[in-house]
Design a protein around this ligand. Sequence first.
Ligand SMILES: [Zn+2]
Ligand SMILES: [Zn+2]
Length: 244
Amino acid sequence: MKLTIIGCWGGYPRKGGASSGYLLEHDGFSLLIDCGSAVLSKLQEYIHPEELDAVILSHYHPDHIADIGVLLHARLIQGFIGEKPPVLPIFGHNMDKKEFSKLTYKNITKGIAYDPVQKLRIGPFAITFLHTVHPVPCYAMRIEAAGKSFVYTGDTAYKDDFASFARNADMLLCECNFYGNMDGKGAGHMNSIDAGMLASRANVKNLVLTHLPHYGELNELAKEASKQYEGNIMLAEEGLRITL
Ligand SMILES: [Zn+2]
Ligand SMILES: [Zn+2]
């Protein structure tokens, strides 16, 4: 599996950056995980939008879905000027019927509801879900392929169930929207201490901090997490590519 960080900012994109978007590739299959603000622009540094095979969404906050509409436009316009791309499946939960209904547009995209208690297969990936602690329904994902495991927390406050959900994962892509001296619980987010503690309890092999705050010294996040977790810690940044 190859992971590319397309966007890593919490809430909104930093100047020149993008909010949540992660490209996961394996065996010629390209899956976009979340599609936040400015993701479509940044994505094109790695892949043409019409080449995406599927999209999966953790939840419907704008910093995770803002660019779904323009992704759809890109596929529509590419269909006019070149070869018509196949219908793009967009997987999302259907706890929010209004938002879910927007995922289907003519024969360009098709919204497909995932059942969070079932294992989902998309191309070469096997995906399981965990309901997170967030103001709106949101799901973390554990994605497995070729004997490797990748866990993405989505947006969430700390939750004990993550320790077993992320157990022994090769990589934990963990939201970290606050510094260690801040309490993110009320907002449904983790701080750096939570992220480190989760990585440690789950015994993951690598920790990548994402959904980053727009203030402070970001390296402090990794330093604070390292007090809880002894493994390898990276800060997400646009363009970071990691092979699992
Ligand atoms: Zn978010
Ligand atoms: Zn959110």
